[in-house]
Design a protein around this ligand. Structure first.
Ligand SMILES: [Zn+2]
Length: 410
C-alpha cells in the first residue's frame, strides 16, 4: 500500500504538466489587460496553466492549438470579492429548507460554483461558511469545476467574547484553514445597520488577524461602525450603505478597501421575495428597509468612485438566486451609479486581485500570470450589458466554456 501511495503521489504531481504540455494560442482583436488598458491585435500564449507570452500579430507559439477570439472582447477572468457560494434554494424552493439532506445541499453548492465560473468569474471570496472548506478544496484540487475560492469559514458575529477570546478564535480559524477573517461590526441593513461589535473587539480581531497574516473583511453599514473598523486596522469594509463622505476619505487615507453593492443583491431579494419571506429578518419590515437602501447604495457607489485614491473593489454579495448573475452588478455600477466601464472592469480584475494579496498571480493578462481569461460577445466599454454575454472561459489554462470560437491545431 505504501508503494502505491508513493506512485499515486507522483502521478498527481505529473498529471497537470502532461495535460498542458502543448501551448495554446489565443488570437485576440480587442483585449482589456485588467490594469486599465485596451490593447488591439494580440496573441496570448498559454503553457502549463500560465500566460507565457503576450505579443503582437506575428508572435505566439507555432505549435499547439490556436483559438480565434477575434471579434470578441478578451479580458482576465473576473474576481468577485463577496459571495456566499453555499447559499441556495432548497428542494421546496425556499432559502431555508429544513427537510434538505446534506447531499442535496452539497450538490446545490456545486451547481452554484459551476454557473458562477461559466458566468466568467474565475475567483470568488466567500464570507463565509464552514461548508466552504470542502467546496474550496475540491475545486482547488481540480476534482470539481468552479472558481478558485478563498474563504473566511465561519464569520465572527457574536459580541459576547472578550478581546482575548476573540484573538484565540482568530488563531483557531487560521488553524482550521481560513484564508481571511470575516467580521460583522454592524447589524444587517434589514435591522438598521447600527454598530454591534465594540471598538475593543474590532481591535482584537483585526489586530490578531494582522499578526497571523490574514486579511479582515468587515460588514459595516453605519458611519460609526465603518469608522470603528477602519481605526481598528481592518483591511476592507463591506456594504457601507450609510457611509459618509468623511468615511470614504478615511478609508482612502488608510488604504482600506471598500466593497459596496449597487444593486444585484437587493434586486435578487425583491425578485425572489416569496422564497425568503418569513426567515429570520426577511420580514416585511426588512424588505421595506432594503427598498429604502437601494437609492442610498447607488449614491454611496457614486460618491465612492469619485473619492480620490479610494480602492473600490467588486463584490456582489451573491446569495441564493444570484449565483451566475454576478455580472449584473457591473450594470448597476455603470448604468445607475455612473462608474466608468473600464474602472468597473479593473475593480474586478487587478484591483480585486491586489485586495486579496494575489496581485502577482491573477487579475491581469500579462506574462507569468495564471491563465484566467474570458471573452465577451460585445465590448463592455461601449455597452456594459456585454458582461451578460460570456462566451469563453479559461481558468488556469483549462477551457471550461467555448461557445463562439473556431479553433485549429492539435
Ligand atoms: Zn454577505
Amino acid at each position: 500500500m505504501k508503494a502505491m501511495g508513493v506512485a499515486l503521489a507522483a502521478l498527481a504531481v505529473a498529471l497537470p504538466v502532461a495535460a498542458q504540455e502543448k501551448p495554446v494560442v489565443l488570437r485576440v482583436s480587442t483585449m482589456l489587460d485588467g490594469r486599465g488598458h485596451a490593447v488591439k491585435d494580440q496573441r496570448i500564449t498559454v503553457e502549463g496553466g500560465k500566460i507565457t507570452a503576450v505579443e503582437g500579430k506575428a508572435g505566439g507559439a507555432t505549435s499547439g492549438a490556436v483559438y480565434d477570439l477575434r471579434g470578441l472582447t478578451v479580458l482576465p477572468g473576473w474576481i468577485d470579492g463577496h459571495v456566499h457560494p453555499t447559499y441556495h434554494f432548497g428542494p421546496d424552493g425556499r432559502a431555508e429548507d429544513k427537510t434538505e439532506t446534506p447531499q442535496q445541499a452539497a450538490y446545490a453548492a456545486a451547481a452554484n460554483v459551476w454557473i458562477t465560473l461559466l458566468a466568467g468569474f474565475t475567483t470568488i471570496q466567500s464570507v463565509g461558511s464552514p461548508d466552504d472548506k470542502p467546496l474550496r478544496d475540491a475545486i482547488n484540487s481540480g476534482a470539481l469545476p468552479g472558481p478558485r475560492i478563498l474563504t473566511s469559514l465561519e464569520p465572527f458575529f457574536s459580541t459576547k467574547p472578550t478581546p482575548e477570546e476573540l484573538r484565540a478564535a482568530v488563531r483557531q480559524r487560521k488553524a482550521d484553514g481560513a484564508d481571511l477573517i470575516k467580521i460583522f461590526a454592524s447589524k444587517s441593513i434589514r435591522e438598521g445597520g447600527g454598530q454591534t461589535m465594540s471598538d475593543e473587539q474590532l481591535a482584537a480581531l483585526c489586530g490578531e488577524a494582522k499578526v497571523q497574516g490574514l486579511r479582515t473583511l468587515v460588514h459595516a453599514h453605519s458611519s460609526q461602525s465603518i469608522q470603528a473598523a477602519v481605526r481598528a486596522g481592518c483591511s476592507q469594509i463591506e456594504h457601507g450603505v450609510f457611509a459618509t463622505d468623511e468615511d470614504l476619505r478615511l478609508m482612502a487615507e488608510r488604504g482600506v478597501y471598500f466593497d459596496p453593492q449597487a444593486g444585484l443583491v437587493f434586486h435578487n431579494y425583491f425578485d425572489n421575495k416569496a422564497r425568503f419571506l418569513g426567515i429570520g429578518n426577511y420580514n416585511e419590515e426588512g424588505f421595506a428597509a432594503m427598498e429604502k437602501a437601494v437609492p442610498l447604495a447607488i449614491d454611496v457607489v457614486r460618491r465612492a468612485w469619485r473619492t480620490p485614491n479610494l480602492k473600490m473593489v467588486f463584490g456582489t454579495d451573491a446569495v441564493a438566486g444570484a449565483h451566475g448573475h454576478n455580472a449584473e452588478e457591473f450594470i448597476y455600477r455603470v448604468r445607475d451609479a455612473g462608474q466608468g466601464a473600464m474602472d468597473a472592469m479593473v475593480s474586478a480584475n487587478s484591483l480585486g486581485a491586489q485586495a486579496m494579496g494575489l496581485g502577482d498571480r491573477i487579475g491581469a493578462i500579462a506574462v507569468g500570470m495564471d491563465a484566467d481569461i474570458i471573452a465577451l460577445d460585445g465590448n463592455p466599454l461601449e455597452d456594459i450589458t456585454a458582461v451578460r454575454h460570456v462566451v469563453f472561459v479559461m481558468k488556469g489554462g483549462k477551457i471550461y466554456k467555448n461557445e463562439a470560437t473556431s479553433h485549429s491545431g492539435k
